[in-house]
Design a protein around this ligand. Sequence first.
Ligand code: PLP
Ligand code: 3DJ
Length: 409
Amino acid sequence: MRTLEEARALDAADPLRGLRDAFDLPDGEIYLDGNSLGALPRATIARMTETIRGEWGRDLIRSWNKAGWIEAPARVGGKIAQLIGAKPHEVLVADSTSVNLYKLLAAAVKARPGRRVILSEPGNFPTDLYVAQGVAEALDVELRLAPREAIVDALDEDVAVLLLTHVHYRSAVTFDMAAVTRAAQEKGALVLWDLSHSAGAVAVDLNAANADLAAGCGYKYLNGGPGAPAFLFVAERHQAMLRSPLSGWMGHAAPFDFDDDYAPGEGIARFLCGTPPILGIAALEEGVDMLLGTDREALYAKGQALCSAFIDLVEHRCAGLGVTLATPRDPSLRGSHVSFRHDHGWPIMQALIARGVIGDFRAPDILRFGFTPLYVGFEDLWRAVDILRDILATEAWDEPAFRARAAVT
Ligand SMILES: Cc1ncc(COP(=O)(O)O)c(C=O)c1O
Ligand SMILES: Nc1c(O)cccc1C(=O)C[C@H](N)C(=O)O
């Protein structure tokens, strides 16, 4: 796709095109940051009004039973399970991704007594490494890092758990989940997958990969809203032997018996901790329902097509302007975002945002563009590249206003 006419023809032929109207997106902007914060589904606005006014305001405490609040973590977890190739009772909505990583990592280390290593890769998303450092300190084990090319060789009889992010947050490069899981399991280790950039973005089949454990964000491709609750997955075969280190009352076998002693709940329910965030789960459910109502094969294929078209167009139209691709060309090896490097990445991204193209910047030099196929079209992509080319060619980014750093990037 090289011309605006070709882009329009692709949009006209896109069976998913109508879904864009299901989102409340600002006019005149091209939103390429759904990999960091998904857009607002219109249905969420009505759902939140009902949950707040009707369930909270009118029915008050009765809503725990009457509106199914108490089942919400398992109900919405069961829906997310369909997006990640898991059984409904293997997924739960709870806490944040960071907290879920903590619970699952600690549980995994405890389940492999005598093994003293958590293995991960340098450059994994910071929270994954920070949480692993915290678990290592709390349980007196070691965090070992090995580059991804050497990760399988770094697996030995000391490794209790391997912690990896399936789609890398910068480069979008993916791990072969089934192959890495098999290699780790052959050495007796468990594997914990961070699916934050995968769920709702690419096909994931945890059961087919014989995955052990996983966690991921609700606010990216699941469109659950800022700070949406996260999800966690524990394979059925491990549920009885794993214990959450955060033994809160909602994970108790009988929370409303109000016993003094903790007894873990049945199955995945033991990974709840405190009272579920009902408003957040309600918003998340709308985002998830929209994905469940969509032809996901077509969705993921469109995401790949958008990424490929973007790579081709940037390399063609911005040739010689200092951008180099930092994402695999092969669609089967990447997620649904594309990164380019440029020495002046920060001010370039600020100049893009000022002209209505919303991507993000990851230090030191990554310009990152997310392609959420639910609401991004080929004409958007063409226009975004047109603006990028203009900003690069005219050096319009070279302004003091674009150099000022913000607290959140
Ligand atoms: C791979 C990955 N893991 C985890 C997180 C975030 O975790 P939390 O929602 O706990 O901030 C992100 C993004 O913020 C991420 O990209
Ligand atoms: N969770 C975020 C936040 O609270 C503020 C800004 C960005 C985020 C993100 O999600 C970052 C994202 N995980 C990333 O891949 O960089």
